[in-house]
Design a protein around this ligand. Structure first.
Ligand SMILES: [Zn+2]
Ligand SMILES: [Zn+2]
Ligand SMILES: [Zn+2]
Ligand SMILES: [Zn+2]
Length: 144
């Protein structure tokens, strides 16, 4: 995949073209819909309708969704959270959190004091090798 072509959230084809820092347009969907189909390349949703100007997305939860969908993972191979997504949403208050990489996989949310496991996202404590989950359930729970 070349840097300028992006996967469109509607047709899932790599026919999106970046026209602004966050705004992209899909030529395949634009042709099919007979209107310009634009999407946010950060949160991967249709660009707010009627918002033609501006280069930053105004959809709720854009930054949180973008962080949860990033491919960035924890790369310290001695860490208890090795290969986990770099960002997690707190299962209770949905705040965006990350792990220092040190110590056990359990973290405490600084916003709501919920203790949960960074690997399986269940309320902790977890000490053994639990099943690592991706962020798809968190993205659904965000509901934005
Ligand atoms: Zn498309
Ligand atoms: Zn967005
Ligand atoms: Zn929280
Ligand atoms: Zn766990």
């Amino acid at each position: 995949m070349s840097g300028s072509m992006l996967q469109c959230p509607r047709c899932q084809k790599c026919s999106g073209k970046k026209i602004d820092s966050q705004r992209s347009v899909c030529s395949a969907c634009s042709e099919e819909l007979r209107r310009v189909y634009q999407f946010c390349s950060a949160c991967r949703r249709e660009w707010p309708k009627g918002m033609t100007g501006g280069s930053s997305c105004t959809l709720p939860g854009c930054a949180v969704r973008a962080a949860l969908m990033s491919n960035q993972t924890i790369t310290a191979n001695t860490s208890s959270v090795f290969r986990c997504p770099f960002f997690r949403a707190c299962p209770r208050c949905k705040a965006l959190l990350t792990h220092t990489g040190w110590g056990c996989p359990n973290i405490v949310c600084p916003h709501c004091s919920t203790r949960f496991c960074f690997r399986c996202l269940k309320s902790g404590p977890c000490f053994s090798h639990c099943e690592m989950v991706d962020n798809s359930a968190s993205l659904r729970a965000l509901g934005v």
